[in-house]
Design a protein around this ligand. Structure first.
Ligand SMILES: [Zn+2]
Length: 256
């Protein structure tokens, strides 16, 4: 980090290390909606308190895949990161009301952090297959239907029965392709689940966070990941394990 001692009250504190900003200009202490040092310290301490022991740094610090089930053997090596966001309602924040002017209502998100989990090549490939298979089979079946119907003799024969029949056949191809894709996903999921967390919310640390009130953003049936070779290196939730409070250690030189 490139931060000079510019008289900032947070300089050198654990709050600063956990915020993990690259430069003072990015710090929530500065800028338009600047927060006070007390507000920031309180927010960062709340964040630390809400996390399972050890924080979320091990997700990106590990050299092994977080998605491979440890009970299925040695996890694959890290080849990149699967990134998504988790939020917690604490600390309480107010946001301007939408319906009633000047009246403030409670913001549903008090803390928002990225979970940047190490992922191996095989798990990434499996997750992409589960996500895109129905689209691929729909496209394949749709294209096959169009190509078949484009053959003159077929087209003539079908149109002779009814004018709308080609359209119906094509629709059936699309629906069939989608259905087949969904069916294959269900089968694959079952087989993948033996070696990996197909639903990452089953990961022990994530399920502990969920029990503590954390929730994923957006709140969909399936977790949506951004896959990346590199990870975000600054902002809350990106600091290394050493920035967190030690389980039984004594307080460092934080201003808390
Ligand atoms: Zn893996």
């Amino acid at each position: 980090m490139d931060m000079k001692d510019n008289g900032c009250p947070l300089n050198g504190t654990r709050t600063c290390r956990l915020l993990n900003m690259q430069a003072c200009a990015q710090c929530p202490l500065n800028g338009q909606d600047a927060e006070t040092p007390e507000e920031i310290t309180n927010a960062v301490e709340t964040f630390e308190r809400l996390l399972p022991e050890g924080g979320i740094a091990p997700f990106f610090e590990t050299k092994q895949c977080c998605f491979c089930r440890p009970e299925a053997g040695t996890p694959g090596g890290k080849s990149g990161y699967a990134i998504f966001s988790m939020a917690h309602p604490e600390p309480l924040r107010r946001q301007p009301g939408v319906l009633v002017r000047k009246r403030k209502r409670r913001s549903p998100v008090g803390t928002l952090v990225p979970i940047q989990a190490a992922v191996c090549k095989a798990c990434r490939r499996r997750m992409l297959a589960l996500e895109y298979l129905p689209t691929v089979t729909t496209l394949l079946f749709g294209t096959a239907g169009l190509v078949t119907l484009a053959v003159q003799s077929v087209s003539d024969a079908v149109s002779r029965v009814a004018e709308w029949l080609p359209l119906l056949i094509w629709a059936v191809c699309l629906v069939g392709g989608w259905g087949l894709g969904r069916g294959l996903v269900a089968l694959l999921k079952k087989s993948y689940a033996r070696v990996m967390y197909t639903d990452f919310r089953e990961h022990p640390v994530i399920s502990e966070m969920k029990r503590g009130g954390w929730f994923e953003i957006p709140q969909d049936k399936e977790l949506k990941f951004v896959f990346s070779k590199t990870r975000t290196g600054y902002g809350l939730g990106t600091a290394p394990s050493t920035a967190y409070r030690k389980a039984e250690g004594t307080e460092e030189n934080g201003n808390s």
